[in-house]
Write a protein that binds this ligand. Sequence first.
Ligand code: CA
Length: 365
Amino acid sequence: MKRRKFLASAGLAGTAGLMAGCGRQPETAAECAQNRAQEQFEWKMVTAWPRDFPGLGTGANHLAERIGQMSGGRLSVKVFGGNELVPPFEVFDAVQQGTAEMGHAAPYYWKGKIPAAQFFAGVPFGMTAQELNGWFYYGGGIDLWQETYAPFGVVPFPIGNSSGQMGGWFNKEINSLEDLKGLKMRIPGLGGEVLKRAGGTPQNIPGAEIFTALQTGTIDATEWVGPLNDQAYGLQQAAKYYYYPGWHETGTALEAIINQQALDALPEDLRQIVKYACQSANLDMLSEFMARNGESLAQLRESGVDIRAFPEDVLRELQRLTGEVLMDIVEDDPVSARVYESFTGFLNTVRDWSAISEKFILNLR
Ligand code: CA
């Protein structure tokens, strides 16, 4: 990492130091710590969203700000919107290659490269945001995620969660599974695989291109995120029906990905700051989505958008197809099999608790 620079006038001998990052000799442990504390690091964070985009972009900004504040400016992170440095779907490659030290995106964007990545974003008819966080922090989820990305020299952390998403925008009613046949729909990740199984044609295009694609008929339908983000792109002006629930994304985790070498080059205290700034930003983004989705939903309802639920039998069919799709992926890919086992194992330990606590109250409320 060339951007790592020393303020101290250190003649770096490059000899193997007694402590990571310390190379000058002779150097006491105290001198080493002092020298390391004077190092400054400048990182770039490439993102898959427009700069400052509500929830997603602002969440990336919060993460960068927090790292800067917590480190007293020793580690500064400059945020780039999609296409400012690299296109949205090249964020992973840019981080892997060291073009940027850090990225913010959604794990399922890399399913062509890492099929198992999709499971960390979430699974159709799967866990809620809160359940996913339980798995990440206390169920071995983060360790497994980091192990999955390790062969690529990239370290992931969960950064934010959109919470449950919406089912998407359609220009025709969805009354049966037949209505999904031949439908060209923007829907990424495992949900896209399920739509394909139902006879549709899933597409993945960056968020910023969705409105035009839908308006010009390049796609027939789309999902994006939820009221806050969908309204920000004006999708209500390009489609007639807004369906719920987001059966395909029940609480989608976003990720910060960090170049392993860049992370290793940091002194231990800065590595810890990055880790806990990520955890703080994870809560922050979920909270922002919770607060602002409600406001946007009210505005969409007031403006007369036709908001309706998928018929239950359509959802049950999609759930059945999800099971088939997951089994196929797991059979083909041992890494996905391990992640799936951990994911479903955790879900099975919290299922009953969620049912008699949150689910029960939500049904009554
Ligand atoms: Ca989505």
